[in-house]
Design a protein around this ligand. Structure first.
Ligand code: NAD
Length: 271
């Protein structure tokens, strides 16, 4: 565990088995969530994007006793088929899924949204960052005969304009709408579908966005709590939604951003 990790152990997830998608390294939001779920007694499986990431992800997975490591690229139906078939034959059923996957090409994450968004760039970002969530819901639901919980990771660039976030903001808006529609479809099956919307955090995905450093500074300085979004806070929210504590919560998007999302005009800006 990281030295600064202060979350307590517990048993909120005892007896639950779930899939965490999107660990790339020890800075990944999916990794923070996985650590927290494991500390609370969950049994975990990881999917990782490809062989290049395996050598980073495997030691992390082993350190928290992850039971299954499965390669899955969300743009490749055959690899998704194989991943969910492997899960079904290993476990039979699932209690929860964490979807922490997003991608847009570099040109789609800088400068003019109108000028830099191509047909191909639009389709790629939507495929990996939004459609993949719908696909995962469709594959996971049959493995949840007794109900379950699914979360997606989003960002408030879906709701308001954020410099350079551009195409990813559009994809996150589609993701959040997909969360609501999936929550309606799967609600009668007692599968709760929700989203967590963290403030900016220093991860690999964040490094792909131009001006990411300035974004983090503004998010901290203008936030209500005057602090960065913490991994503990994000993991704690995920734990709440995925555990039975989150009962009755469906179709929701929870901001974990030190209150940044409610600020209309930052301190120090005079009328
Ligand atoms: P990350 O780079 O650690 O994780 C992104 C993951 O997406 C990686 O594991 C990568 O392998 C995976 N991925 C990309 N394309 C894929 C594909 N084709 N198939 C399978 N996996 C693929 O970065 P992160 O910041 O931890 O991102 C996780 C989620 O959190 C993303 O949805 C991101 O948009 C969201 N988020 C991040 C921030 C932030 O500031 N870092 C804020 C809010 C939301």
């Amino acid at each position: 565990m990281a030295d600064d990790w202060t979350m307590p152990e517990g048993s909120l997830m005892a007896g639950k088995r779930g899939l965490v998608m999107g660990v790339a390294n020890d800075k990944s939001i999916a990794w923070g969530i996985a650590k927290q779920l494991s500390l609370q007694g969950a049994k975990l499986a990881f999917t990782y994007q490809g062989e290049a990431l395996e050598k980073r992800v495997r030691p992390l997975a082993e350190s928290i006793g992850v039971q299954h490591m499965i390669q899955a690229d969300v743009t490749d139906d055959a690899s998704m088929d194989a991943a969910f078939a492997a899960l079904q034959s290993a476990w039979g059923t699932l209690d929860f899924v964490v979807h922490a996957i997003a991608f847009a090409d570099k040109d789609s994450l800088k400068g003019s949204f109108v000028g830099n968004t191509t047909r191909a760039g639009f389709a790629l970002a939507m495929d990996i960052s939004a459609y993949s969530f719908v696909d995962v819901c469709r594959r996971a639901a049959p493995l949840m005969p007794n109900g379950g919980a699914i979360i997606a990771l989003t960002y408030q660039g879906s709701e308001r304009v954020v410099p350079n976030y551009n195409m990813m903001g559009v994809a996150k808006a589609a993701l959040e709408a997909s969360v609501r529609y999936a929550a309606r479809d799967l609600g009668p099956k007692k599968i709760r579908v929700n989203a967590v919307s963290p403030g900016p955090m220093r991860t690999l995905a964040m490094a792909g966005i131009s001006g990411g450093r300035q974004l983090m500074t503004a998010a901290r300085d203008w936030s209500l709590l005057k602090e960065d979004t913490s991994m503990e806070g994000v993991a704690g929210c995920a734990l709440w939604l995925l555990s039975d504590l989150g009962k009755s919560v469906a179709g929701e998007c929870i901001h974990v951003d030190a209150g940044f999302h409610v600020v209309g005009v930052p301190e120090g800006v005079e009328a």
